[in-house]
Write a protein of this length. Structure first.
Ligand code: HEM
Ligand SMILES: Nc1ncnc2c1ncn2[C@@H]1O[C@H](COP(=O)(O)OP(=O)(O)OP(=O)(O)O)[C@@H](O)[C@H]1O
Ligand SMILES: Nc1ncnc2c1ncn2[C@@H]1O[C@H](COP(=O)(O)OP(=O)(O)OP(=O)(O)O)[C@@H](O)[C@H]1O
Ligand SMILES: [Mg+2]
Ligand SMILES: [Mg+2]
Lengths: 214, 221, 242, 221, 214
């Protein structure tokens, strides 16, 4: 409980109260992937984004993060301005994890923590929570697939933010860590966070589900 | 502020890695400056005449060499996505990226340039001017070069496409700097060349980040 | 001129306008070129340059077009960047090869003229070099667009490059003042009136107008082709989906 | 045989992509050759004297620019693993990679070199020799450059490290070729320089693949 | 059945009859990951390699492929010379899939098919079997995660080889394709192939299991 108090402390001023997708449609490479996608996510709720390969889950997550343009519809973050919400209110962890293989895990985690507005203390706590302490001095290229994914996920804890956008977060994790990360997700929800995760297997927390039909 | 300084440190470290630290940077410079006389022949007069210019071209080319991956790595491994998702405007991020690039490679090269020129036979009193030109020129190269690097993101032909975009943008500073050096060597007034170089550098620092940020957003979407 | 982009921004209106404007400009260009060349070749020989002065009627308007087309390219790029307007982008895309062509013409005729005048096809002076840079910029623009598959991205990337490259324009223009060069300084448009004799000035101005309207005609044709190509592509996509 | 030709085609296509096709390659060359006179000043005699040498150095630098990703991409994305897992010996694979590199960039650059030299003021009768030197030199640059690219795989300092490893290896061909051009221009016997260049190129083609394969195996394990 | 006849036709001369690991140990970064690993895999058998993150599954697969040196023990491929077996007898599909993001799927598949010794006909059949035909003209960077994995897996079919070394082959695939690839694996086993796959979930075919304890 002590850990929770520090990790999931006040989310700052830019707290997203609600994520609202209304009539979203995305076009990639001239093809309309989907249209009319609606979703409402409040604090404490999670949503599993499912659908066959190529249906547009990743694209939708990127659109919520503002990295891909919507063909139609809109994304609203409660009554927050969307530039502010995207800048300070959400985390995005995709397939491409943004880790430089030639730098050490410590350098990368420290940088991304700073970038997200976290402190040095947060770096340590995040590393502890994901059992990375032993690995921090290895270069990223030497990490195993699961270790590397844990390093990417540790950013979620290092700087607390309300909305987590996760793209297949569990896939290279072993059974123990799927459960372990499930616990971390549950804590995040409990403390008022939101999770939107593209997955092929069920999420390890209670969640709504949004299926995209390609 | 801590966010920005962390970015600057990271970019400098990455550029240092890409560029390989001072030893490597200066080694490269020395190598280029040695190749030229070897190719041209060792007559001292001929060499001394072209020495400052050669050092200057080597600087442009060295900048070019270390530039093309300024954005590409971040683009391919997803770091650019995360850099965009921040309250820091992307323009400022791009500015700091280029600044880091310049600190890690431009500044050491500027220190090496006068030495290389004198080794090639230039008069020692040219050294301060060469240093000033290299410092300003490096800034211009880093910021205009960044534009090329950002524009060729996601293009089918990375690499030399950057070079083709960047070289026309490198030409004006090369002219200005080369003109100033030439004028100084012949005892003519040289300050206008340096002033133009400074103006060009200032303009690239001002405009470059805008263009880079627009190009990055475009590549990501 | 402010109304022109607004008026033409509607593709239907543009297509209707260009349908008759393109051939009209073409005819005007042909007439002006005939008159200009006639006057040019019947003008007296220059006492210094002899027959070679006649290259001027080809060279100077081409050099002027090299910059002018870039201004058009930059303007169209600006509009396409700000308003995300497809027609403006088509205009930019169509302008680039024309500009490259005019620049190449200026370079080649200049080089041919330089041989008798300066004793060399090419010298590395600031004006010549900045025109070469202009040519390289056009090439870079074309290469950049060609290497991106996504039309929207290619359009925006190209527009950014075109605007950044506009830095070179003042350098082209003022190069003769900033450096003492072999190349002729401004003599046609000059404060205090032209220093050129009217027998040379008249055909020169007529040729400049001819070049301009030829460009206008080719540009419109190019934009029309671009619009058609995009319409055909959209239709093919629709067909593939249904 | 079909496996090898498929590899050669792929490598040529990738290098072409890295290098950006003939337009881009030649445009780059033109750009580099443009910078030099701008920095040195436009006096025709001075320029004509250094023209062949400058074209020659530009060739070395252009090769360098396109080299550093010869192995790195394949290393990072796992293709090098798969290329190793084949009945084709890794030495032959490396040979074909370098050959593809040379076909896509060295050969077009060799075509452009005489043109650039003449534009800078070299005498037209130098053209065939420049072409021959550029062709052989390009081969030497591709194969020695490949060694540097392979050695710096997985090193903390990639990028310019390649350059530093490679530049010393580039020096002999630059000397031989520059010497031959200089001798020809001054009416002296030039064939020995060309012969030495050819010998060096042959040696790099023979030894380069062995060194590259060893370096790749080392980086992978 | 017609398809099977062509896809899984004669495996050529370099058929690995048996994969044998004896007392294998691997050291990475100064640490002994595991030792004393034994395995025997015969034609028609599959083995699921399991173990927690960082235990050395990927390292073991790479050691079998000859890409990583063993600290102790040995790998034998029946009575085949191991250089020959590695060159012509096995396929390795890892996390890093060796696909160039700037080339089209067709170019990549065609090249790797040739490289593995397959024919143009095999390219087409492999693309059909993994439902890639529609995607062949896209650049690899435009493929979704699952599509890209299918492209990497299609190499297995394009050039028939006895031993498949797979590193988490199923993770980005959707439910339909997990099953679909299960069918392809079953066919491969049926026609006398062998599979050694590092996984965190059970394999969709009957398989031995080898657990690595980190
Ligand atoms: C390749 C070589 C050359 C190039 C690239 C070139 C380029 C240009 C350019 C850019 C302009 C000015 C257009 C403007 O200000 O908007 C121009 C104008 C002119 N050029 Fe050249 N030029 C070349 C060779 C020559 C030669 C050899 C001569 C003859 C001596 C010549 C005579 C002129 C004249 C008389 C003008 C008009 C000047 C004025 O009234 O503004 N040019 N040229
Ligand atoms: N940049 C792009 N250009 C063109 N098409 C694209 C681009 N990115 C994605 N696509 C296409 O859009 C579709 C959806 O891709 P997306 O990555 O969103 O799928 P996904 O639902 O995440 O699939 P997966 O489960 O395989 O990860 C795919 O068919 C893909 O080919
Ligand atoms: N090149 C290397 N240098 C040093 N250590 C390495 C290297 N590669 C891997 N390691 C270490 O070896 C261990 C095993 O790595 P490996 O990738 O084999 O694990 P794994 O079982 O595949 O794990 P995962 O399930 O996460 O993929 C890890 O702890 C990793 O940090
Ligand atoms: Mg996806
Ligand atoms: Mg693994």
């Amino acid at each position: 409980m002590r850990r929770r108090a520090t990790l999931f402390k006040r989310l700052g001023d830019s707290v997203i109260e609600q994520l609202l997708l209304r009539g979203c449609a995305i076009r990639r490479g001239g093809r309309l992937l989907f249209e009319g996608v609606d979703l409402s996510l409040r604090r404490g709720e999670a949503c599993a984004l499912t659908g066959p390969n190529g249906s547009g889950k990743t694209s939708l997550l990127r659109a919520v993060a503002g990295l891909v343009r919507l063909e139609a519809g809109e994304v609203a973050f409660g009554d927050l301005d969307s530039a502010e919400a995207r800048g300070e209110g959400l985390h995005f962890v995709g397939h491409a994890d943004g880790l430089k293989s030639s730098r050490t895990a410590r350098e990368e985690l420290a940088f991304w923590t700073r970038w997200g507005g976290g402190t040095d203390g947060a770096v340590r706590e995040a590393a502890e929570a994901l059992d990375l302490v032993r690995l921090l001095d290895l270069e990223v290229r030497r990490l195993s697939a699961g270790q590397r994914r844990r390093l990417a996920l540790s950013r979620l804890l290092a700087a607390p933010r309300a909305l987590w956008l996760l793209d297949e977060p569990l896939s290279p994790l072993d059974a123990r860590w799927r459960e372990g990360f499930g616990v971390l997700m549950a804590r995040h929800l409990e403390s008022g966070g939101m999770i939107l995760a593209a997955v092929h297997d069920p999420l390890p927390v209670a969640a709504k589900s949004l299926e995209i039909i390609g | 502020m801590s966010r920005l300084s962390a970015l600057l440190v990271r970019e400098t470290a990455l550029a240092w890695g890409r560029g390989g630290g001072p030893l490597v940077t200066v080694g490269f410079y020395a190598g280029v400056a040695t190749l030229l006389p070897l190719a041209i022949g060792p007559e001292p007069e001929r060499l001394a005449a072209i020495a400052p210019g050669a050092a200057w071209v080597a600087l442009a080319l060295a900048s070019l060499l270390s530039l093309d991956r300024l954005f590409e790595r971040d683009y391919e491994d997803g770091a650019l996505d995360l850099l965009t998702l921040s309250p820091t405007p992307l323009e400022l991020t791009c500015f700091l990226k280029c600044l880091g690039q310049w600190l890690a490679t431009g500044a050491p090269l500027a220190l090496a340039a006068p030495i290389a020129a004198i080794a090639l036979g230039a008069k020692p009193d040219l050294a301060p001017l060469i240093f000033a030109c290299a410092l300003l020129g490096g800034l211009a190269f880093a910021f205009t070069g960044g534009i090329g690097a950002a524009l060729s993101l996601g293009a089918r032909r990375g690499g030399l496409l950057t070079a083709v975009i960047v070289l026309p943008l490198f030409v004006p500073p090369v002219i200005f700097g080369g003109g100033a050096l030439d004028a100084f060597a012949s005892g003519l007034p040289w300050s206008s060349g340096l002033a133009l170089l400074g103006a060009y550098a200032a303009m690239s620092v001002a405009i470059g980040p805008l263009a880079m940020a627009a190009a990055c957003r475009n590549a990501l979407s | 001129m402010n109304w022109a982009p607004a008026f033409l921004s509607n593709p239907e209106r543009f297509m209707a306008f260009s349908r008759w404007a393109a051939p009209m400009f073409g005819v005007i260009a042909a007439i002006l070129a005939a008159v200009g060349l006639y006057l040019g070749f019947t003008a007296p020989e220059d006492y210094q340059q002899g027959q070679t002065v006649r290259i001027m009627f080809i060279h100077v308007p081409a050099a002027y077009m090299a910059s002018f087309v870039y201004v058009c390219l930059g303007g169209a790029s600006f509009l396409s960047l700000i308003f995300r307007h497809a027609l403006a982008d088509a205009a930019a895309q169509a302008a680039a090869p024309l500009g490259a062509g005019f620049t190449l013409l200026a370079l080649v005729t200049g080089a041919l003229w330089g041989r008798p005048m300066w004793g060399a096809f090419w010298v590395w002076d600031a004006r010549l070099t900045s025109v070469l840079v202009l040519f390289l910029l056009y090439v870079a623009y074309i290469a950049l667009r060609a290497s991106m598959d996504d039309e929207v991205k290619a359009a925006r990337a190209g527009a950014i490059l075109a605007l950044v490259g506009a830095i070179n324009l003042p350098i082209v223009h003022y190069s003769v003042d900033w450096w003492n060069t072999l190349h002729q300084g401004a003599s046609v448009f000059k404060r205090g009136g032209s220093s050129l004799a009217p027998v040379f000035l008249q055909p020169l101005l007529i040729m400049a107008l001819a070049y301009t309207s030829a460009f206008g005609s080719l540009w419109l044709v190019g934009i029309r082709g671009e619009v058609w190509r995009r319409r055909a592509e959209a239709a093919a996509l629709r067909a593939a989906r249904s």
